[in-house]
Design a protein around this ligand. Structure first.
Ligand code: ADP
Length: 270
């Protein structure tokens, strides 16, 4: 790119140094471009709620004095729009936070079973009319190398989506199983599904399949990008399969903390 230092190829140290500096400049340029894109995306996303809010307030200004119905409606709608903006701002903050996670988190371990029981109970409490089948095949005591709140955040995002896009069939499968190496989690719904052309993009920030519909549902298109980033930081994977009209399956894999294996490794290193 244009910020690079020009240098003629040679075999000396100055040339090597210049090549390295140019690599650093490229990385900085890439970072700056990412930041720029992010600011552009954010501005774009905020434009709609701000315009909607302006619409409600203009109504209020013009007819609010004379028409009590307009008065009440405009205020209710304005508050709703403000709530939406608040959740958008909160999720954008979450996203920038997961871009830079403190290294101390990476060393954390979380016991699988209690977390799943809690997440399952919380969901049942929030959505009592939903059938949640919890298929628990977790080896007692097994742990994953991830900060507890981060795993909880990912599970809540996936369950929340399964709920939001469930359609008429109010049923979710949550399955968790462990072996010596991996925790596998499956979150399955029987809802609206995702078309093939959208599947690749659902993990992109601000991506929503149906902007109008998910806007009503309050989605910002950030949940899955946060989930993916969090899982990948901890060396895990997250994938999705879906059939339009039949439902969607999200699958997570995370490395298990294998205490026996780790002990053996430690002994060998002695
Ligand atoms: P949102 O806050 O809009 O739900 P996400 O990043 O969590 O944002 O999801 C991105 C988009 O992917 C959603 O807007 C929705 O269109 C689609 N999506 C996510 N989960 C599901 C699901 N379980 N079933 C159908 N569509 C889904």
């Amino acid at each position: 790119s244009d910020s690079r230092i020009k240098v003629r190829k040679s075999n000396d140290e100055l040339y090597d140094l210049t090549v390295n500096i140019n690599k650093m400049l490229d990385r900085m340029q890439a970072y700056t471009n990412q930041q720029k894109e992010f600011v552009e995306d954010v501005s774009h996303e905020l434009r709609t709620p701000v315009a909607v809010l302006e619409g409600h307030l203009s109504m209020l200004q013009r007819w609010g004095k004379d028409d009590p119905e307009v008065l009440a409606d405009s205020i209710t709608s304005s508050l709703q729009e403000l709530k939406r903006m608040q959740s958008l701002i909160q999720e954008m903050l979450d996203l920038t936070r997961v871009e830079q996670i403190d290294s101390e988190y990476l060393e954390q371990e979380t016991e699988v079973e209690p977390l799943f029981t809690q997440v399952y109970n919380d969901f049942k409490m929030l959505h009592p009319d939903f059938a949640v089948n919890f298929d628990d095949d977790i080896e007692p005591g097994s742990k994953v190398k991830i900060y507890r709140n981060h795993l909880e955040q990912v599970l809540v995002i996936l369950l929340d989506n399964a709920f939001k896009y469930s359609g008429d069939r109010k049923e979710i499968n949550l399955a968790a199983s462990t072996n010596e190496a991996l925790l596998e989690v499956v979150v399955q719904d029987y809802g609206v599904g995702i078309a093939k052309k959208d599947l690749k993009q659902v993990f992109n920030r601000f991506y929503r399949v149906d902007k109008a519909r998910s806007r009503k549902r309050g989605g910002n298109g950030l949940g899955l990008s946060i989930a993916k980033r969090l899982i990948e930081i901890y060396q895990g994977t997250i994938t999705v399969e879906s059939v339009v009209g039949s439902g969607t399956v999200f699958r997570i894999e995370l490395p298990i903390v294998n205490s026996e294996l780790d002990k053996n490794m430690a002994n060998k290193n002695d």
